[in-house]
Design a protein around this ligand. Sequence first.
Ligand code: PNS
Length: 163
Amino acid sequence: MTTAVYPGSFDPVTLGHLDVMQRAAGAFDRLVVAVLVNPRKSVTADAQDRAAEIRAVVAESAPDVAGRIEVMTFEGLTVDLATRLDAGFIVRGLRAVSDFESEMQMAHTNRKLRPAVDTVFFMTALEHAYLSSSLIREIASFGGDVSGMVPPAVARRLGLPSV
Ligand code: PNS
């Protein structure tokens, strides 16, 4: 059984993340979506709530692969989590060339730390490639409309547009 871990902040989870989850779940027997607990980072909801939200979104929007997706929170190093989960792969999404540099650095660093764990990249679907959680947080903080960027339940949580 091949297990992959998909770590991230998911603050909030976007349609781009969901697309990567669906495709990665089709490629591995088990995909563990791991929400980083990071007290220093600004968050729209705490990690447990974001994990519960992702669970609900996956069940609703990706029922065909939901049985292969687990969602949890984690602290510490991603490679340690991968070892605990017996996962041979780390999944990350790549939206554009601008993601490449930091993702390459992370992938090489993780491989240096744990050579047995490889990073696999999925190109985010073109229609979602412009999405970013930080821009979505900013739009929502000013009362803008983020529906069509995040799953409907997340859009409801972040609030309705102010105009
Ligand atoms: O969604 P993000 O914020 O781009 O995800 C970044 C994340 C969670 C994958 C990265 O910060 C991470 O792996 N953090 C855990 C600590 C760790 O392993 N750091 C070394 C990475 S080279």
